[in-house]
Write a protein that binds this ligand. Structure first.
Ligand SMILES: Cc1cc2nc3c(=O)[nH]c(=O)nc-3n(C[C@H](O)[C@H](O)[C@H](O)COP(=O)(O)OP(=O)(O)OC[C@H]3O[C@@H](n4cnc5c(N)ncnc54)[C@H](O)[C@@H]3O)c2cc1C
Length: 313
């Protein structure tokens, strides 16, 4: 069993930033990542809201963050974490699908989450070329264009309203005849002259050409009638699953599974910190992920110092 000061689970922007600060703080840290380091940056075409980079390709920012963390000694291992087990006397045992085990008094959980996909033909093909799961990230690429929002909850209706600041028209495609979104959010959106709603419609296929998405093929969920909707953008907001289930003990979270932390990013389990997309917060961006991670890594240093001084008394 390998022992460390801190185990960082996930090497997206939050994990890589935490690794960089842990290295600078001379902590013996390991980063466990199930795939290639970079997280959602690897699924992002262009990033235009990360300070210092007016425009940078997601994979390039991922490489830069990885190299930067490694410069400060990050030990990144390809491991798929299966469980984070709090130990009776404090500290954690982390198990992975390869059978490896890691131990540390602290863990920073930065495993992000996954936007729910519609699972229709064309969705994966046009991801990043019209299909998006993040209005703040990609809205500005659709100035003056006609776009669609798929979903009927708070996120879908709120983001449809937000997207009208860029798009000439936003059509909400919802498979039922009423929204689940809160009343105040619905009323604001329905008053917006740039928003139209197509009730009882589901997306059958996303269709485009080599330049990107061009239209959605729809089916009426009541009559079965088929129709087409011209759209160069399709924003899918049908849910997001935080990867918080790795913790094999009760941990405070909101109804959707996002983890609650204090202002040092510590969860309800002492020594377990959370940063980035899986944490309860107003927005989920690269900047907020690295901000959380900075706080978490520095809080870990202070936590370990307190543990040592308590043990010495
Ligand atoms: C399509 C898209 C476009 C976006 N565009 C922008 C943008 O333009 N600007 C912006 O600021 N934000 C953008 N975002 C949001 C931004 O990418 C996220 O907020 C950010 O990546 C969150 O970082 P994170 O480290 O918390 O999580 P993630 O980036 O999700 O990284 C989590 C990492 O944990 C790993 N992991 C998960 N489970 C395990 C496990 N069991 N074992 C080991 N490793 C695990 C994953 O493989 C992943 O590498 C976009 C998001 C998407 C989906």
């Amino acid at each position: 069993m390998d022992r460390f000061d801190v185990i960082i689970v996930g090497a997206g922007p939050a994990g890589l930033c935490a690794a960089m600060y842990a290295g600078r703080g001379m902590l013996n840290a390991v980063v466990l990542e199930r795939g290639i380091p970079g997280g959602e940056l690897l699924n992002t075409e262009k990033i235009e809201d990360y300070p210092g980079f007016e425009s940078i390709l997601g994979p390039e920012l991922a490489t830069r963050m990885t190299d930067h963390a490694k410069k400060f000694g990050a030990d990144i291992r390809m491991e798929n974490v299966e469980g984070i087990h709090p130990q009776p006397g404090g500290g954690f045992r982390v198990t992975t699908s390869s059978g490896a085990e890691f131990e540390a008094p602290t863990v920073i959980l930065t495993a992000g989450g996954t936007p729910t996909k519609l699972g229709v033909p064309g969705e994966a093909e046009y991801a990043g070329r019209g299909v998006s799961y993040c209005a703040v990230c990609d809205g500005a690429f659709f100035k003056g264009e006609q776009i669609a929002v798929i979903g009927g909850g708070d996120a879908a209706v709120e983001e449809a309203d937000y997207l009208t600041r860029y798009a000439s028209k936003v059509t909400i495609v919802h498979r039922r005849d009423a929204f689940r979104a809160s009343k105040v959010v619905q009323e604001r959106a329905l008053r917006n002259p740039k928003i139209e709603v197509l009730w009882n419609k589901k997306v059958l296929e996303m269709v485009g050409d080599p330049t990107g998405l061009k239209r959605l093929d729809l089916e009426d969920t009541v009559t079965g009638a088929r129709s087409e909707l011209a759209a160069t953008g399709a924003f899918v907001f049908i849910g997001f699953t935080p990867n918080s289930g790795l913790v094999k003990a009760h941990i405070n979270h909101d109804p959707s599974g996002y983890l609650l932390t204090d202002d040092r990013m510590m969860t309800s389990i002492p020594g377990l910190f959370a940063a980035g997309d899986l944490r309860v917060q107003l927005t989920r961006q690269v900047t907020t992920a690295v901000g959380d991670a900075t706080t978490a890594a520095i809080a870990v240093e202070k936590y370990l110092t307190e543990l040592k001084s308590r043990a010495a008394v």
